[in-house]
Design a protein around this ligand. Structure first.
Ligand SMILES: O=P(O)(O)OC[C@H]1O[C@H](O[C@H]2O[C@H](CO)[C@@H](O)[C@H](O)[C@H]2O)[C@H](O)[C@@H](O)[C@@H]1O
Ligand SMILES: O=c1ccn([C@@H]2O[C@H](COP(=O)(O)OP(=O)(O)O)[C@@H](O)[C@H]2O)c(=O)[nH]1
Length: 459
């Protein structure tokens, strides 16, 4: 059987719990198959040479981890710069936050070339190579230029924007052309596939040469949606484990007189966290019966602190939470509990189970695994209600959630109220349908469906 080689910017020891959807999902996938996981070590070397980084390898159960350090200059241009100040904002439709500094793209190319150079000697002839996310779009083109002929698939974890938004990136054609060095491109949703297809038709005069196969820019690629899932059995076990039970009981004791609304996100402008606070404020305003009886807990895990837009968001959020607490708080009730820390993964299920309403309201999100985790953590006899942004990739699958437009403050407040008032029978019916779909399209389905399509691509 061919060995699986996974390449992603961020790695995690697959035997240990990790925060961040990509690391969680890949750890779970690789634990099943074994193989090689290659990417950045997480170490930034001050004063190192650009385009050079030390390679480290170690064994973690069935998985070999091979990681490369980045020097400060490469890290700042490739990770903070092109990946997180150009591709991330534009792919999340935030042209206003993009910083098209010309030096970033050079660092991005340099690191992709270095990754290809370091990876090549580790590859075997019959390896199946699976590259992940926006940090590594040109990696297959670099590997091909060095003679790599193995099958290579690519999965984009974030949204694929519509063609005219993509076209704002000065190097958009180079990026999209690079994707044609892969045998298979996987995207999170059908909406993403349609944006990709429209782009290559408009800008690359693409022709359809088979089901979901497109020819453009002198190459051919298969493009399909593979919505990422979670490991339902593992998350269920986590929900029943003593840590989760204790967290849930503590929360219920602490808030025994109150209904809990819960949001768990990285502190990222794509997650719509300030919009959520405004909707909650509107809820307290329009439906005063919730004053003193509903508490919103917002876990905002620190993320990409050195990128300006993230620091700005943090300040905005602190101000917003402070003003809701100042305006509505009582001596014995704080409306918002804002926690700017990462919650250990083992605590996530207990928090979710204790919450009557799960608030997942991103302005754009590739998928959003917290939405799926919230549903799985619920007690089927008395489940909470998921309020989900229609702009999360997860909304294509999770139709029985209460779908909201997070830009519509009043509408979102009304849906939160509907969630708080929902009769038990309706909660159970919605939860049952959501669970069935989350279980069917779990992380194992995702891995198998992608790898099977990659095996068949181009045959
Ligand atoms: O590695 P970081 O810069 O700390 O960021 C964490 C990850 O964020 C993004 O996650 C995405 O992948 C999830 C799983 O497919 C998906 O549910 C979510 O909607 C995406 O935002 C990013 O794409 C990853 O590369 C980062 O590791
Ligand atoms: O404090 C936190 C915040 C998030 N997570 C986990 O990190 C992942 C976030 O994935 P998601 O797809 O929702 O968003 P991303 O951060 O990847 O954009 C989920 O598994 C969360 O349970 C966590 O364990 N602790």
């Amino acid at each position: 059987m061919s060995r699986l080689v996974v390449i992603s910017n961020r790695l995690a020891d697959p035997r240990k719990p990790a925060a961040g959807g990509l690391a969680v999902a890949l750890g779970e996938a690789l634990n099943q198959t074994g193989g090689l996981w290659f990417g950045w070590s997480g170490t930034v070397v001050e004063g190192g040479t650009p385009g050079e980084g030390e390679l480290h390898t170690r064994q973690a159960g069935p998985v070999t981890l091979a990681t490369v350090d980045l020097c400060r200059e490469d890290h700042d241009a490739y990770y903070q710069g092109y990946s997180n100040s150009v591709l991330w904002p534009v792919f999340h439709y935030r042209l206003d936050l993009a910083d098209f500094n010309a030096s970033y793209v050079a660092g991005y190319r340099r690191v992709n070339q270095m990754f290809a150079r370091k990876l090549l000697p580790l590859l075997r002839e019959d390896d199946t190579i699976w590259v992940h996310d926006y940090h590594l779009i040109p990696l297959a083109a670099e590997l091909r230029a060095m003679g790599c002929r193995q099958r290579i698939g690519f999965f984009l974890h974030i949204p694929m924007p519509p063609p005219l938004i993509m076209a704002a990136i000065p190097q958009h054609e180079w990026l999209m052309r690079s994707l044609f060095a892969y045998d298979l491109v996987g995207l999170q949703s059908e909406a993403d596939v349609s944006h990709f297809t429209r782009y290559v038709r408009n800008e690359g005069s693409a022709e359809e040469v088979g089901a979901q196969r497109l020819r453009a820019f002198g190459g051919t690629v298969q493009v399909q949606a593979f919505p990422i899932g979670i490991d339902v059995d593992e998350f269920t076990r986590l929900t029943q484990a003593p840590d989760a039970v204790e967290t849930c009981e503590n929360m219920r004791d602490e808030y025994s007189r109150r209904r809990l609304l819960l949001g768990i996100d990285r502190l990222d402008y794509s997650k719509g966290i300030p919009h959520r606070v405004r909707a909650y404020r509107e809820l307290l305003d329009r439906y005063p019966e919730n004053r003193n009886s509903a508490t919103m807990i917002m876990i905002a895990s620190p993320s990409r602190d050195d990128v300006h837009a993230y620091a700005d968001l943090r300040h905005e959020l602190e101000g917003l939470c402070g003003s809701v607490n100042g305006d509505y708080g009582e001596l014995d009730w704080m409306p918002v509990r804002y926690i700017h820390r990462t919650v250990a993964r083992k605590r996530v299920p207990g928090l979710c189970r204790a919450a009557a309403v799960g608030l997942v309201t991103p302005l754009r999100d590739g998928m959003n695994l917290v939405a799926k985790e919230y549903v799985v953590a619920q007690d089927p006899e008395d489940p909470g209600v998921l309020v989900l942004s229609r702009f999360a990739g997860a909304a294509e699958q999770l139709k029985e959630a209460l779908l909201v437009n997070p830009y519509d403050t009043q509408g979102t407040a009304d849906s939160i109220q509907q969630a708080l008032q929902m009769p038990l029978a309706e909660r159970q019916a919605r939860h049952g349908k959501l669970m069935a779909r989350i279980r069917e399209y779990d992380v194992h389905w995702w891995r198998k469906a992608f790898l099977q399509a990659l095996q068949e691509a181009g045959d």
